[in-house]
Ligand binder design. Structure first.
Ligand code: FAD
Ligand code: NAP
Length: 304
């Protein structure tokens, strides 16, 4: 079967592209390697998506997904391995299937970056986490450390104060990167503490659970130890563009380059959302990208 559009990734960007394409009567396949929702599934409270003063990430995921079923969007599990461009027709390869399509929308987003410190791998899921909404409840009345100074670190640290006895943000500079409104709320939170100009050097434990960390002050060089049971790491994102790396559409860091209408340099292949080279990675911007790409893909098919 030949699809009009295959969308790789069912985050907010991919789901919006599917919504718009299906409403234009296009035959759409949404390929996703996990649950629909993307990074929203790892997000506690969302307070900047228009229409909701506050909504939990997994709930917004479901609300975006529900209408797609009624519109006949085919949603299939699959880890996309590669993509082949044959001009008017393109192929998408998963581990066990090959799909044919006229257009492709790459909506594979980004994933958390690891710090690469001693103990991070060893204590993964045993005290080290990258997802407050998934793991926060395991740290009731415990000492929690959050690494990073961006929106994710600060917002998720505030969420973790519901559980932890104390939550401390460790940031490598003396100024946060997070949006000002988020910073202001964080500074007012009595359960939230900050350690500035400091990096995490090592995570230690008894082999089963995290017990302490070693920190280094970048200005004084001083090394200190802190007893903690939970370490949440939010030090930025890396693009999930491996499945299209052979197409020559990414920059040196792996972000996909597009024009303002989401076209890559390959006709009929579009990229949207966090995987795209852009300044503002948000649900609202991913959703906007998705609508634009679907509309451009419709025009492309009409002209074929
Ligand atoms: P993603 O949400 O990353 O979805 C990409 C999807 O593609 C995933 O489901 C993934 O499984 C799938 N995929 C990847 N590769 C493949 C493959 N090879 N084959 C098949 N499927 C694949 N933004 C806000 O606006 N407000 C917030 O409050 C907010 N809070 C956040 C909190 C955290 C902790 C994080 C990490 C991010 C937050 N963001 C927030 C940012 C927001 O979540 C992202 O900007 C948004 O999810 C990007 O959407 P996307 O559709 O581009 O990609
Ligand atoms: P980010 O904005 O890239 O911030 C990463 C943070 O980690 C920065 O503070 C950075 O420090 C720090 N860092 C990076 N490498 C480090 C290292 N090796 N050691 C110690 N610290 C390190 O990433 P993010 O916070 O995950 O946000 C990603 C995107 O999602 C952003 O576009 C963000 O706006 C969006 N987002 C939005 C919301 C929201 O709108 N409410 C919520 C969450 C995320 P420096 O500051 O010194 O560089």
């Amino acid at each position: 079967m030949m699809y009009d559009m295959i969308i790789i990734g069912a985050g907010p960007g991919g789901m919006t592209a599917a919504l718009y394409a299906a409403r234009s009567n296009m035959k759409v396949l949404l390929l996703e390697q996990g649950a629909p929702g993307g990074q929203m599934n790892n997000t506690a409270e969302i307070e900047n998506y228009p229409g909701y003063s506050q909504i939990m990430g997994p709930e917004l995921s479901m609300k975006m997904y529900e209408p797609l079923e009624n519109l006949g969007v085919e949603n299939t599990y699959g880890i996309v391995q590669s993509v082949e461009d044959l001009g008017d027709m393109k192929r998408v390869f998963t581990e066990d299937a090959v799909y044919e399509t006229k257009t492709i929308v790459i909506a594979t987003g980004a994933r958390y970056r690891k710090l690469g410190v001693v103990g991070e791998e060893e204590y993964g899921a045993r005290g080290v986490s990258y997802c407050a909404v998934c793991d926060g409840a395991f740290f009731r009345d415990k000492e929690i450390l959050v690494i990073g100074g961006g929106d994710s670190a600060v917002e998720e640290a505030m969420f973790l104060t519901r559980f932890g006895r104390e939550v401390t943000i460790v940031h490598r500079r003396d100024e946060l990167r997070a949006q000002k409104i988020i910073q202001e709320r964080a500074f007012k939170d009595p359960k939230l503490h900050f350690i500035w100009d400091t990096v995490l050097e090592e995570i230690s434990g008894d082999g089963r659970k995290v017990q302490s960390v070693k920190l280094r002050n970048l200005k004084t060089g001083e090394i200190s130890e802190k007893e903690v049971q939970g370490v949440f790491i939010y030090v930025g994102l890396i693009p999930q563009s491996g499945c299209v790396s052979q197409l020559g559409i990414t920059d040196a860091e792996g972000w996909i380059m597009t024009d303002a209408q989401m076209h890559t340099i390959i006709p009929g292949i579009f990229a949207i959302g966090d995987v795209r080279q852009k300044n503002l990675r948000q649900i609202t911007t991913a959703v906007g990208d998705g609508a634009t790409a679907a509309s451009e893909a419709y025009k492309y098919i009409t002209e074929l």
